[in-house]
Every structure is written in C-alpha cells, then in structure tokens.
Ligand binder design. Structure first.
Ligand SMILES: Nc1nc2c(c(=O)[nH]1)N[C@H]1C(S)=C(S)[C@@H](COP(=O)(O)O)O[C@H]1N2
Ligand SMILES: [Mo]
Length: 166
C-alpha cells in the first residue's frame, strides 16, 4: 500500500471511530474557577463539576421559546444551585463556551429569573450540535419585554464548558 493510501485509511478509520461520540449526548463536565471557596484540583484553583454531581442537583424546568428554538421544556439545575455547590462569592459570572464565546452575566439577575443550566430539551439531552452540553436558559416567554431582543439574546449562552466567578 502506498504511504498516501495508508494515511488516508487511518484518517478514515479515525473519523468512523469518532462519529458515534460526536453524535451521542455530550458528557457534561463544568469547570468553575475564580471567586469560589471549594476546589477539587491539585492546584486548588478549579472545581470540576462532574456529570454525576450536576445530575444530583434538583432539576428545574423552564418552558419557553428562544430566538433559536420553538417553545420547549428545558431542564437542568438552577445556576444558583451550581454556584452554591462551589461556594461562589462573586457578583458576576463569565460563561465560557466550546465555540470560544464568553459572556458575563449578573448573578443576581440570573437568580431573579431562576435561570437554569439546561442539559435537556423536551426530555432529550442536548448534544454539542444542539446547544449542549449546557445552555443557560431564562424564562423568556414569562418576561417577553425584558428577555427579548439582541441584548437579551447575548445572555442565552449555549455550549457552556466553564464558569468564572468575578
Ligand atoms: N455558545 C455561544 N452562545 C452564544 C453566542 C455564541 O457565539 N456562542 N452568541 C451570543 C450572542 S452575542 C447573541 S446576540 C446570540 C447570537 O445568536 P445568533 O448567532 O443566532 O445571532 O447568542 C448568544 N449566545
Ligand atoms: Mo450579540
């Protein structure tokens, strides 16, 4: 076999091996750093919330439309409960995403709306290709005036991988 063919063959096998992973629900791990009082890494800088820990928090459901999705039931823990888990003591939280978007929201505002870190929509886990693994959802339909438009849209952050308390 020519060297070129061999490389092509290896690439094809790699693609096939990875496809089921990409198609399945994204495993959820959420790294939290900044102004937190609990850490679980050797350097004591980050608390990595495992999927099991996230699933142990009380699930809350917000039924709402968003700019990108028709009226749906989103389920996940309250952002407030996630922040309590890591002993957060900042006023702001920066949300970092797999597509390298970063947006900072007010914690008191998110808590006032009961915002959730949704891991499922209509009972199905969010895939990375579908706003997963975590999508910050506010009850937009209940507060259409305040939560519609481009300023509000920026707060609906998807593909969340990390939080930074400020
Ligand atoms: N993961 C992720 N979430 C995001 C963004 C992004 O680039 N990545 N953009 C935000 C901003 S600034 C707005 S206005 C809307 C943009 O949505 P659109 O790309 O559909 O216009 O989503 C918000 N959530
Ligand atoms: Mo935006």
């Amino acid at each position: 076999m020519k060297r070129f063919d061999l490389i092509r063959c290896v690439l094809l096998l790699l693609t096939l091996a990875c496809t089921p992973l990409m198609a399945s629900a994204a495993p959820v791990t959420l790294d939290v750093e900044g102004k937190i009082s609990r850490t679980n890494d050797p350097d004591h800088t980050i608390y990595r919330i495992s999927e099991a820990e996230l699933m142990k928090l009380p699930p809350h459901t917000i039924t709402t439309s968003t700019t990108w999705t028709p009226k749906s039931a989103f389920t996940g823990p309250l952002l407030a409960d996630v922040l309590r888990l890591v002993g957060a003591h900042g006023d702001l939280v920066e949300l970092r995403t797999l597509d390298d978007y970063a947006y900072t929201v007010s914690i008191s505002e998110a808590e006032r709306y009961g915002a959730i870190l949704a891991y499922s929509m209509n009972g199905t886990r969010l895939k990375i290709s579908n706003f997963g693994p975590l999508f910050l959802i506010y009850p937009r339909d209940a507060y259409p005036q305040e939560l519609t438009g481009s300023v509000a849209d920026a707060k609906f952050v998807w593909q969340i991988k990390a939080l930074v308390l400020k």
